[in-house]
Each structure stands twice: as structure tokens, then as C-alpha cells.
Design a protein around this ligand. Structure first.
Ligand code: G3I
Length: 448
């Protein structure tokens, strides 16, 4: 169902609102439009992110924009195989850790990019084949996902494994030559290493219904039917001067398989249509409840990998382009909230003035689950918070991240850690835990 683009909740007719409520679709909008990309996306439980690099953390103009506008980041290169395991078995997380720390200090989520890819492999891996390469690849997935465990919102577990053109099949690569099951082996290893991260398959030239996106669609459907752990599909969306008319339909068909969709590397060739294409992509994501976030592949035009295309939202001086305003307006027009975002109707209460509220989102499997708890500040800023969660009998908390727990069964208390106790008025932070048994169903309590 499409949501009116310019309409706010207050402008929906009572009849339409009743239909939407009956259909179980939550609509959000606000009396006042948010003025940054991240805040606007957050109104519907989505994120708006940017690809960046550790070496940019010292660029003042750049970081002012990044910190102001975005509530998610991804490493453009710093978490790739050549960066994190330059010699076999010797891992380097320095730059990835710097990005994660920065994100945590600002309450941003982090996308992980990417555990396995045929490109940007270290030279030692390029020289391997067969079981030696398969073992090295799975070890890489395990080590890197374990290192960043609890800190990554979504991992691109496998990147660009499908062929271009009309075959709809796999791309030839050294990884593919280790056996067709290399992708599912990678997903299973990633789930074991970091059960709290959403696991994505990510690719380009999938910007509509075509042979390549259909090949991926069939793989995801197969994975879901056989219980291979996959939670999301990344549509990179490196776009030219036109947008495929089936862009939204393609997002929807993946969502209908029961996975989230993320627009992961958005950039658009500058030209007459740039702002319109950015707006259309944003609206398409906003119209699909399971399209949970958008990431642009760079901040300012001159730093884009697409030299001369000027495909980003900010010019070289950091000024907002027309495309920026088009995206902001599309985000502020609202849309269905994402199922992953705790909403008042689902599992949290409106925050009390000066207090806080908490909502829970579960990612469950047979015998276990991970819970993401969102702590939302009321009309005053928080300086420390405590959340109480009732763990159903027979189950127990086995690990927690971004919070410290007291107890593991029954009523379990979680307190903020050093870097996430302060939450601005109306803002939120998230922590998570893993448990055995079934996940909590009661609304968590929150005190500040
Ligand atoms: O860090 C080295 C530097 O030490 C060396 O002097 C210099 C010389 O070329 O190279 C530097 O590495 C470059 C790296 O970017 C960091 O700037 C690599 O050569 C260059 O190939 C690499 O390009 C990246 C490209 O992936 C690699 O394939 C781009 O920045 C990055 O934007 C691009 O991102 C990919 C996504 O990961 C997957 N989807 C497509 C997307 C665009 O190609």
C-alpha cells in the first residue's frame, strides 16, 4: 500500500487512517519536520547512513556534516578482507575499531562491509584455492564477526557474488570455485560468531526486477526455505540518470520473502534527474515497511569513487545539494514504520516527561533469540538509565552488549555502560542481549 507522499499523519482522512490501522500498518509523521537526514529517517524507525573511512575522522568540515546528518555509518574500505587480514591469520582492526568507537560515541549504528567478496582480497587469499581457500574464508568470517560482535547492526556477509547479464547465476571467482555452498557456509559462520547482527547479501545492478536480482531472489527464497540464516538484502543502488520503473516492486518482493531490505551504497549520476531519482529511491524505501534504511556511498562529491559523476548529497564545500533537500522531504513525508523499530503500539509506552521508555525487538530461532532494546528519552535528557526485562521461565540471558546486566533469569536489570548513558531529550540508544528459550514478551520497564 502506498502512503501519500506529502501527507502527514494529521492530514490523512479518518477513513484512510482506519483502513491502515485495520491493515496493521503503523504510520508516523510529525507536526514538525525533522531537519537532518538521520532524524527524519528515525521518525519511521529507519536509519540514514554514509560510507566513510577512519582517515576522515580528522577532517573537521567533513565530520561536522557527518555527525549532524547521519545516524549510521559503514566503512567504505576499512573492514574489507585486505584491510582486516593483510597477512593470513594476522588481523588488523585498528581503523574499523576507530569507526565503531566514533559511531558508539554518537549513538550511530554501524553496517559491516564486507566479510567475503571476490575483490579487495589480500594477495595471500588470491593465491589460495579449494579447501585451503574455503577454510581461510570461513575463518575470516568467524574472526572478524567475532571481533565486532555486538557492535554491528548488519553485516554484508557476502558481496557481489552474482553475475551481470542475463544468466541470473553466480559470478565466477576463486570463492565460487570452492563450491556453490560457500555463501551459505559464510552466513552460518557469521550467525554463530555474532547472533545479534542482521546478516545481509549485498549486490549491485539489482535496481529493479531483472535476471540478476531474480537470481538473488531465488537464492534468498531457497535460504529461507532451508533455514540458512539470512536477514536482509542490500541493494547497492549505484545509479545513472534513470531509475528502473520496477525499483519499488523489487524491494517489495524481497520484503515479501521475509527479509529486510537496505539501500546500501546509494549514489546517483549528476544530471537533470539527480534530485528526482534520489527522491524516488527514498520514497520507494519509505513505502515498504521492511525497507529499514538507506546508506549513501560517500559524503561530498569529490571524495566519491565515481570520479566526475558528482553523485552525492553534498558538494565539495559541504553545501547541501538539491538532491539533499529532495531526500529530506521524502523522509519527512513519512511511511510505514519498520517492523524492527519498537513502536508505542507494539511494545513500549510513551516516554514520561523527564523519564524514559523501552521497547523490545526480537530476532528468534528455535531455542534462542537476540533482543534489541531501544531506550527512548522523554522530554528531558537522560544521564544514566536502567531497564528491567522479564525473561520467560526456562530461558536465560547468555550475553549482553552495550549494557551491563544483573541476573540472567526472571527479572533481569540492564544498566547503561560508560558511553551510552547520556541520551538527549527525545533521542534514543539501543542495547542488546542474547538468550536461550523464548524471548521476553512483556514491555520492559525503564527508569532514569
Ligand atoms: O589504500 C591504498 C593506498 O595505500 C594506495 O596508495 C592507493 C593506490 O591506488 O590505493 C589505496 O587503496 C584504494 C582504496 O580504494 C582506498 O582508497 C584502492 O586502490 C581502491 O581500489 C579502493 O577503491 C574502493 C573500491 O570499492 C575497491 O573495489 C573504493 O574506495 C570503494 O568506494 C569501492 O566500494 C565498492 C564497495 O565496496 C562494493 N560495491 C561497489 C563499490 C564501488 O566500487
Amino acid at each position: 500500500m502506498r502512503i501519500p507522499r506529502n501527507g502527514r499523519f494529521a492530514l490523512l482522512s479518518g477513513a484512510l487512517a482506519a483502513v491502515l490501522v485495520a491493515a496493521g500498518i503503523a504510520i508516523t509523521g510529525s507536526a514538525e519536520a525533522a531537519t537532518t537526514l538521520g532524524a527524519s529517517a528515525a521518525q519511521t524507525g529507519r536509519y540514514f547512513g554514509v560510507a566513510t573511512s577512519a582517515f576522515r575522522l580528522s577532517d573537521t568540515n567533513y565530520m561536522t556534516i557527518l555527525n549532524r546528518e547521519f545516524n549510521s555509518i559503514v566503512a567504505e574500505n576499512d573492514m574489507k578482507w585486505d584491510a582486516t587480514e593483510p597477512q593470513q591469520g594476522r588481523f588488523n582492526y585498528t581503523n574499523g575499531d576507530r569507526l565503531v568507537s566514533h559511531a558508539q560515541s554518537r549513538g550511530m549504528t554501524v553496517r559491516g562491509h564486507t566479510l567475503l567478496w571476490h575483490a579487495q582480497q589480500p594477495s595471500w587469499a588470491q593465491g589460495l584455492s579449494g579447501s585451503a581457500l574455503r577454510n581461510a574464508a570461513i575463518n575470516h568470517v568467524t574472526q572478524v564477526a567475532t571481533h565486532f560482535r555486538g557492535k554491528i547492526h548488519s553485516w554484508d556477509v557476502v558481496n557481489e557474488a552474482f553475475a551481470d547479464g542475463g544468466s541470473g547465476g553466480r559470478r565466477d571467482s576463486n570463492l565460487q570455485r570452492t563450491g556453490n555452498d560457500w555463501i551459505e557456509a559464510a552466513f552460518r559462520a557469521a550467525r554463530t560468531a555474532d547472533p545479534g547482527a542482521k546478516l545481509c547479501y549485498n549486490d549491485y545492478n539489482t535496481d529493479g526486477i531483472n535476471a540478476k536480482s531474480t537470481g538473488i531472489y531465488n537464492m534468498v527464497r531457497d535460504f529461507k526455505s532451508r533455514g540458512v540464516p539470512i536477514d536482509c538484502v542490500g541493494l547497492q543502488s549505484h545509479l545513472g540518470t534513470t531509475l528502473d520503473s520496477t525499483y519499488q516492486q523489487n524491494i517489495q518482493r524481497f520484503a515479501d520473502l521475509g527479509v529486510d531490505v537496505q539501500i546500501t551504497e546509494l549514489d546517483v549520476q549528476q544530471g537533470g534527474n539527480q534530485a528526482n531519482i534520489y527522491a524516488s529511491v527514498t520514497r520507494a524505501c519509505m513505502a515498504v515497511a521492511r525497507c529499514t534504511g538507506i546508506t549513501v556511498w560517500g559524503l561530498r562529491d569529490p571524495e566519491s569513487w565515481r570520479t566526475g559523476a558528482n553523485p552525492l548529497l553534498f558538494d565539495g564545500n559541504g553545501n547541501k545539494k538539491a538532491a539533499y533537500t529532495a531526500v529530506l522531504n521524502a523522509l519527512n513525508a513519512g511511511g510505514p514504520t519498520t517492523p524492527g523499530s519498537p513502536s508505542p503500539s507494539a511494545s513500549s509506552q510513551p516516554p514520561a516527561p523527564g523519564g524514559c521508555s523501552a521497547g523490545v525487538t526480537l530476532n528468534s530461532w528455535n531455542g534462542g533469540y537476540t533482543a534489541t532494546i531501544r531506550v527512548t528519552a522523554g522530554s528531558g535528557a537522560l544521564n544514566g538509565w536502567t531497564v528491567g526485562v522479564i525473561i520467560p521461565s526456562g530461558g536465560a540471558v547468555t550475553s549482553a552488549w552495550n549494557a551491563k546486566n544483573t541476573g540472567t533469569t526472571g527479572q533481569v536489570t540492564f544498566r547503561n555502560v560508560s558511553y551510552n548513558g547520556q541520551v538527549p531529550a527525545g533521542g534514543y540508544t539501543e542495547f542488546g542481549f542474547q538468550g536461550t528459550g523464548t524471548g521476553p514478551t512483556a514491555t520492559p520497564s525503564c527508569t532514569a
